[in-house]
Design a protein around this ligand. Structure first.
Ligand code: PLP
Length: 390
């Protein structure tokens, strides 16, 4: 007889994106020429400033526990970043540094959500949102757009009930790549303040936007900063996914302190080396972000040009992130089956739309290198030719 696992463990699914990563890695290790268009990290090398800080830290031979909520140096760098990009000055007590934006979000949910509380967010959504809300004991309330892939502010507002604790917005959005516009952000910020519910902005891609676009700034519309929760990190901005450094900034010291307690009791603190490297990346030259943006924009254009050669699919031009969300339903409305077919037949890894709350779509990343993008889409096109539409 095996020991029963918790109900919680039985209710929480795998991360489909991490699963795809693992499968693609395993196939590659077995010698298969897999092209990975399912990933969520730029191939771009780490900024030199971060690398130098890691070497310096290693040479100091002092790799120790650090303050649980983050070093004063990194908090200051985050405050400077926030002042530059959001035009608002916060204090160190308003910042919590975590092991990635993912842990930041999880800490927020643990600190804010009671059993029965609802967290409202639009579909398509980042795959982890529903599972994280459930893990925290809350109920995910998913708002599906009535038209296209983008909800409007009223659709979100309509989904709010007396049980709603937070609205969660990711802009630009993983997986669809759209930016929620100024009017949307203004309306949601004002609504959340009026209703006294949290508005969590998952801004992890806010600087990865193209064609000269800008992500609307929620702070520009806030009157009080106690319910506006800004989440960000170095993973996507500098391609430093392996550091595992993200953060929360919020004018509500009690919330930040409560999130800090969740973190202190679970991980004690972040990696000393990673915080030093993240500090250096934030304080160092920022032209690496411009370079990354330029590479990704070029990749996006290449991807769209290749996808345009495939008949019967539909894709909206992503305004940001490094994902395109493509309607492949003509070929197979079952996105899990189609993704499995493409991995098997074309050796191309993509992520099924079902995981993001939009069946019939596949998420195709453009953060791989250009050659892989071209060959990957060509292989998909060839494999689709052998498939009878369903
Ligand atoms: C929308 C969104 N939020 C948060 C994260 C987590 O980022 P981090 O690596 O900082 O944990 C991701 C990563 O893919 C993401 O796509």
């Amino acid at each position: 007889m095996s020991v029963l696992l918790s109900t919680r463990a039985q209710q929480i699914g795998d991360s489909p994106t991490l699963k795809i990563n693992a499968t693609a890695r395993a196939l590659k290790a077995a010698g298969k020429p897999v092209i990975h268009l399912g990933g969520g990290e730029p191939t771009y090398p780490a900024p030199q400033s971060a690398v130098d800080a890691i070497i310096q830290k290693a040479n100091s031979r002092r790799i120790k526990y650090i303050p649980s909520s983050g070093t004063p140096e990194l908090k200051q760098a985050i405050l400077n970043y926030t002042a530059t990009h959001y035009g608002h000055t916060f204090e160190p007590a308003h910042v919590l540094v975590s092991a990635g934006a993912k842990q930041a979000l999880f800490n927020f949910l643990l600190a804010a959500v009671n059993p029965g509380d609802e967290v409202v967010f639009p579909a398509p959504f980042w795959v982890s949102y529903p599972e994280m809300v459930k893990l925290a004991g809350g109920t995910p309330v998913i708002v599906k757009p009535t038209q296209g892939l983008r909800v409007n502010a009223d659709e979100i507002i309509k989904a709010v009930t007396p049980h709603t604790k937070a609205i969660l917005i990711n802009s630009p959005c993983n997986p669809a790549g759209h930016i929620f516009d100024e009017a949307f952000i203004q309306k949601i910020v004002q609504f959340a303040q009026e209703k006294q519910i949290f508005l969590v902005m998952d801004d992890i891609y806010h600087q990865l936007v193209y064609d000269g676009a800008k992500t609307p700034n929620p702070c520009a519309h806030a009157k009080d900063f106690s319910n506006l929760v800004l989440i960000n990190g170095v993973s996507k901005l500098y391609g430093l996914t392996g550091l595992r450094i993200g953060w929360t900034v919020c004018g509500n010291k009690e919330l930040i302190a409560a999130m800090g307690r969740m973190q202190a009791q679970s991980t004690s603190c972040n990696s000393d080396i990673s915080e030093a490297a993240a500090t250096a990346a934030l304080n160092g030259p920022q032209n690496c972000v411009d370079d990354l943006r330029a590479v990704l924009e070029d990749n996006r254009n290449t991807l769209l040009a290749e996808l345009a050669k495939i008949p019967h699919i539909h894709v909206e031009k992503p305004q940001g992130t490094f994902y395109s969300f493509v309607d492949f339903s003509y070929y197979n409305p079952d996105s899990n089956a189609l993704a499995a077919y493409l991995l098997d037949k074309a050796l191309v890894a993509v992520v099924p739309g079902k995981a993001f709350g939009a069946e019939g779509y596949l998420r195709v990343s453009f953060c791989a290198d250009k050659q892989a993008i071209v060959e990957g889409v060509q292989r998909i096109a060839a494999a689709l030719k052998d498939l009878k539409p369903q």
